[in-house]
Structures are given as C-alpha cells and as structure tokens.
Unconditional design. Structure first.
Length: 212
C-alpha cells in the first residue's frame, strides 16, 4: 500500500511569533519558510513521487508548490488536510491562550477538548484519518505520495496509526517543514519516521529555567 510523506508547512510569521493562525486566509510563508520549502523540494527531487496533495491554506500550498514543480506535478488541495478549526482561539497568541483554563485540557486531556465555536480534536483526527484512507484506496500499493498539512493534524494521524491514545498525542512533535512517513497497508500501518527535519534550527529547544 502507498507510502505517505506527511509534511508540515514551512515557517510563517504566526509560527515565529507564537500566534495561532488556524484557518485564517493570507498567512504566507516568510523568508525562512520559503527556504525550507525549497530545501524539501531539493531533498525529494529524486524520490518517485506520484502525487502532491495539500491543505487549501496559503502556507501549505506554498510549501507544496516547489515539491510539485520539481516533479512536474500539480498541487491538489484536499479539505481533509485542513488545519484544526480552532474557533474563537484563532488569531490569538499562545501566551494569551496559556492563561485560559481550557489550556490544561488541550495539553493533558485533549480528547475532552472542543474549541469554542470550533471542532474537537477527535473530529479533526477522524477527518485526517478518513482522508488518508481515501488516498490509500486511490493509489497503487507502491506509490509514494506527499500530503502537506499542519502540526496537530499530522500528530493526530501518527497517534491513530500507532494506536496511541488521543490524550497522549501532544507528546509527539512535528516541526515546521518536517517529514513524517506512514506506510499504509491493507490491515495495518507502519510509522517509518516522525518529525524528520532538514532544518535543525526549527527543532524544539528547551526553555531556559528562570532564575529565582
């Protein structure tokens, strides 16, 4: 069954400034993000990619385009790859959101979380898994395909195929422009790699402890 490269979009100013972009239109890759997209295209130029799919949002399409152009393929947008609907949390800073009571639920019991005026993590997970299963059926067993999506969607997909509880999916990490590889088979799936990054400057860095 097909091998799916789940790629998170490159950096944009919302990521850089710690702001939740959600489904806002007009959020484009910044200079670093564009470089990351071209690094991905260069790294994958010899890979036998059969199709390039993307969330419809600007930042994901802009990440997918160099990869598709290198392979002479179109970018096909799929709503199933769309970002989580964060509802009223969209466009808020993470610093502000961390002060809310719901933040602890997001981090420790995400299975119970519904974003105000938005969707639940369970709904988002069901959506991304249904999308990947549809793509699995549309492609030949040995096809290699690219799906450019968002951090939480990729983590939710990886958690599902690992058999990991939804409440533990936040323990996974997916950095900007990283590649997570799934090999979907008829009766099971294999997580080949998680959060493989060509740009180590985008990886998580431990916070400095505050001096008392």
């Amino acid at each position: 069954m097909p091998i799916i490269l789940l790629i998170r979009h490159g950096e944009n100013d919302y990521v850089k400034k710690g702001r939740l972009a959600g489904r806002l239109p007009g959020v484009h890759l910044n200079e670093k993000g564009r470089k990351q997209a071209h690094m991905l295209a260069q790294a994958l130029q010899n890979a036998p990619i059969k199709a390039v799919y993307s969330s419809p949002l600007d930042r994901t399409v802009e990440t997918a385009q160099p990869i598709a152009e290198a392979k002479g393929l179109p970018v096909v947008t799929r709503d199933g790859l769309l970002e989580v609907d964060f509802g009223d949390w969209q466009d808020k800073t993470l610093k502000t959101l961390r002060r809310r009571k719901l933040w602890r639920i997001v981090q420790t019991r995400p299975s119970l979380m519904r974003f105000p005026q938005g969707e639940t993590f369970a709904q988002a997970q069901q959506r991304i898994v249904q999308e990947l299963e549809l793509l699995r059926k549309e492609h030949k067993p040995k096809d290699l395909i690219v799906c450019v999506s968002h951090s939480d969607l990729i983590k939710l997909a990886a958690a599902y195929y690992l058999g990991l509880s939804l409440d533990l999916f936040q323990r996974l990490m997916v950095a900007p422009a990283s590649i997570t590889t799934l090999h979907l088979q008829a009766d099971h799936a294999v997580l080949v790699n998680l959060n493989y990054s060509l740009d180590f400057s985008s990886q998580w860095k431990p916070r400095r402890r505050r001096r008392k």
